[in-house]
Design a protein around this ligand. Structure first.
Ligand code: ACO
Length: 456
């Protein structure tokens, strides 16, 4: 017998305490005003100084989740990490996190790390769901941790960086329930974004190809998801469309691509609707009805028309999920899950209750999946849903409580990271005074590359 209502029981998000303003970065980079803020849709970009690395990000978010939700180390039976920020080719970040469990005598915890660009968190999540639904499950909870430090070399990709971490507690009887047996994936081989240089934190990226891969993966996953959902009777036998979702979350490299992606789903719905059944709202787009999806990744006319026609739906179903993404940037693996946090803190609980949330996860290279969550209808005080939302009340004040650094300081931080990448022994120099309480920071990397941390 499978456990009932397997889903998300708690969420914790972490982002660094400093950011750079995208308007200031536009001036500093000498690009036209509006390119990063309007063109990419980004307001601020969070970043790590030399006090934080992938281990500290994961320690911070994991410890904070356990503390905030009163979860004991012995309650966790599976712990795994999704990340593309690789410090060690052998030792997993999960093993670093065992420092939080081992002192409590808890070492019987399955799971290790998963890597594929921004998709690793989703792969780790799917593994954890599978564990809870498997014969190996022993009644304990699974904890999924996704984190990354997203930095690009100077140039057009740099404003699409970010940094952060998310922890997702998975178990039965959850208020956010994974729709069982309803997933669609698209996995292919592409060199759109990859990190072959192990001495650098920066990826090799083909920006245009990465957008094309993202959109083609979206098209595939959405059509397959809708077919599967229809076959399962999600819409009483009628075609499944955007109308079946109350919210739609996307991996967010930058917010403008998410708005274009939402418009793309409206376009797919339109192409899938027989001409004589297209509703009046889309009548003006009829001359695109014979278009082929694969010819339109960069078709300005299609993009413009469908962004306009889907704008009201986008504002309702997706814009609320972009709060953290617009303020912190692309956190890579946590990105789409920061969308879930943003949604939960942006809508009244009465509106969230019973809603269907579509989720699209993309990681370059590439791996992608679409799946959905159904939110419980139980909104009583003390219910799982009200607890998850209540526990996220720190997010908005912390976003506002960050410190603004100048683009020159941001650039200095990145230059220093470049110079110190894999250099040992290393002692970080940045102040810890402005870090949020509960944040782990790096104190030392010794001559044998062993890292030690303390907590603010
Ligand atoms: N005011 C308003 N909009 C402007 C302005 C301005 N002054 N100047 C430019 N723009 C618009 C452009 O028209 C363009 O809009 P469009 O996308 O609708 O055409 C947008 O701003 C960006 O300008 P581009 O010239 O296209 O930007 P560029 O090519 O320099 O870089 C890119 C953009 C490719 C996304 C780059 O930042 C990048 O490589 N990022 C990393 C890769 C990435 O994030 N890929 C996405 C999926 S993979 C992943 O998640 C990592």
């Amino acid at each position: 017998m499978w456990p009932k209502d397997v889903g998300i029981r708690a969420l914790e998000v972490y982002f660094p305490a400093q950011y750079v303003e995208q308007t200031e970065l536009e001036v500093y980079d000498g690009v036209s005003a509006g390119k990063y803020t309007v063109g990419l849709g980004q307001s601020r970009m969070g970043f790590c100084n030399d006090r934080e690395d992938i281990n500290s990000l994961c320690l911070t978010v994991t410890h904070r989740l356990l503390e905030r939700h009163g979860i004991e180390p012995r309650d966790i039976g599976r712990l795994e990490v999704g990340t593309e920020t690789i410090l060690d080719k052998s030792k997993s970040v999960k093993s670093i996190l065992m420092q939080l469990f081992e002192p409590h005598g808890c070492t019987d915890i399955e799971g290790a790390d998963t890597t594929n660009a921004c998709y690793g968190g989703t792969a780790a999540l799917f593994n954890s769901i599978a564990w809870v639904e498997s014969s190996a499950w022993d009644g304990r909870l699974a904890l999924v941790v996704a984190a990354d430090n997203a930095v690009y070399e100077a140039g057009s990709a740099r404003p699409t960086g970010g940094a952060g971490a998310i922890a997702i507690l998975v178990g039965p009887d959850a208020p956010l329930v994974f729709d069982r047996g309803l997933r669609a994936s698209c996995m292919r081989h592409a060199y759109d974004f990859y990190k072959p240089n192990l001495r650098s934190e920066y990826p090799v990226v083909d920006g245009k190809l990465s957008i094309q891969c993202y959109l083609s993966a979206l098209d595939s996953c959405y059509q397959l998801y809708c077919d599967k959902a229809r076959a399962k009777g999600l819409s009483g036998g009628s075609p499944v469309t955007l109308a079946n979702f109350d919210a739609f979350l996307f991996h967010s490299p930058y917010c403008k691509l998410v708005q274009k992606s939402f418009a793309r789903l409206a376009f797919v719905d339109f192409l899938n609707t027989p001409k004589d059944q297209v509703c009046d709202h889309y009548k003006d787009a009829m001359n695109f009805h014979t278009a082929k999806l694969e010819d339109t990744y960069f078709d300005r006319d299609v993009e413009k028309v469908f962004m306009q026609l889907s704008k009201a739906d986008f504002e309702q179903k997706t814009r609320p999920s972009l709060l953290i993404s617009s303020q912190v940037g692309n956190m890579y693996t946590p990105s789409v899950y920061s969308g879930l946090v943003s949604l939960l803190i942006s809508k009244p609980i009465s509106e969230l209750a019973g809603s269907k949330i579509g989720i699209f996860s993309y990681g370059s290279g590439f791996c992608s999946s679409m799946y959905s969550l159904t939110v419980t209808r139980d909104t009583r005080d003390g219910s799982g849903l009200s607890k998850i939302i209540g526990a996220l009340s720190y997010v908005k004040p912390q976003l506002e409580g960050r410190h603004c650094l100048s683009p020159a300081d941001y650039t200095r931080v990145l230059t220093s990271r470049e110079q110190n990448c894999h250099v040992v022994p290393f002692t970080p120099e940045s102040s810890i005074d402005d870090m949020f309480s509960g944040t782990y920071y790096l104190t030392q990397v010794d001559e044998k590359y062993r890292r030690t941390y303390k907590r603010v």
